[in-house]
Design a protein around this ligand. Structure first.
Ligand code: 6PG
Length: 258
């Protein structure tokens, strides 16, 4: 499964988009459990994953996912309590994790509520070191879900922010000017060591930025999302027709039409 180059998957509509996302989620889990008896997944935040999480609670997926062998992490979190409306943890907990038989001990929440965002980042990084039993080598998540913001950010790696240059820490606090607040985020190196990275880009509003990020006729790394280039894993861009509405013909031809 790993080591393939970038794949572009074009779903004809929203329903097809979320079905493919759920099928890829299921496939990643089955493969990881077969290979390594467990699966480690970092969820993305924002609103796009919500319908994916809801779909995963349907019987077809519930009966096929061995949740006790799945370990859930986050690619980023807002600096709010887990009960806050902006919390990525809360959204996943409410739409998915509270509805499937995943043991609570398998859920590794980022403590966004800590007084110091850097302390929160450090605590999460320590939890990852302990989980993966690694001191220095970077962990390989089986699947990292990522979204795409209209400014080309992903996780909480926003344009012109310090975290973009962080190449030592796995998790860092990142001050985001546009929100006048910190976020806690995975850094580029840990994302790029994943066995599979799946970008979920859905809807007309993402058409402009998706074209900007995927076009390769401009210097790359204009946008944080372009820094995501897995060293050895799969990179899958899953988008629907509305999100693809501004892609030029060569990119549409390069995409696999679902
Ligand atoms: C977050 C996310 C962020 C998100 C994008 C897209 O915490 O907000 O991790 O990177 O994935 O902003 O968000 P939407 O899916 O809501 O468009």
């Amino acid at each position: 499964m790993s080591g393939t180059k970038k794949q572009l998957l074009l779903a004809r509509d929203e329903a097809g988009f979320f079905k493919k996302a759920a099928d890829l989620f299921l496939e990643s889990i089955a493969f990881a459990i077969k290979e390594r008896k467990q699966c480690t997944i970092a969820l993305s935040g924002g609103s796009t994953p919500k319908k994916l999480f809801q779909l995963l609670t349907q019987p077809y997926y519930q009966t096929r996912i061995d949740w006790p062998k799945v370990f859930i992490f986050w690619g980023d979190e807002r600096c709010v309590p887990p009960t806050h409306g902006d919390s990525n943890y809360r959204m996943a907990q409410e739409t998915l994790l509270s509805k499937v038989n995943i043991p609570k001990k398998n859920i590794y929440r980022i403590a966004g509520e800590m007084a110091s965002p850097q302390e929160g980042a450090k605590a999460y990084e320590q939890a990852l070191h302990a989980f993966f039993k690694l001191d220095y080598a970077i962990p390989h998540f089986d699947l990292i879900l990522l979204g795409l913001g209209n400014d080309g950010h992903t996780a909480s790696l926003f344009p012109k922010t310090e975290a973009l240059n962080e190449d030592k820490k796995w998790i860092t606090a990142n001050y985001v000017e546009k929100f006048s607040t910190h976020r806690i985020t995975m850094t580029v190196p840990i994302i790029n060591d994943a066995r599979r990275v799946l970008f979920l880009v859905q809807g007309e509003k993402k058409a402009e930025i998706l074209h900007e990020v995927l076009r390769d006729d401009r210097p790359i790394d204009r946008y944080p999302a372009q820094l995501v280039r897995p060293n050895d894993g799969d990179l899958i861009w899953l988008f629907d027709k509305p999100a693809a509405s501004k892609l030029p013909k060569p990119l549409l031809h390069a995409a696999f039409h679902l």
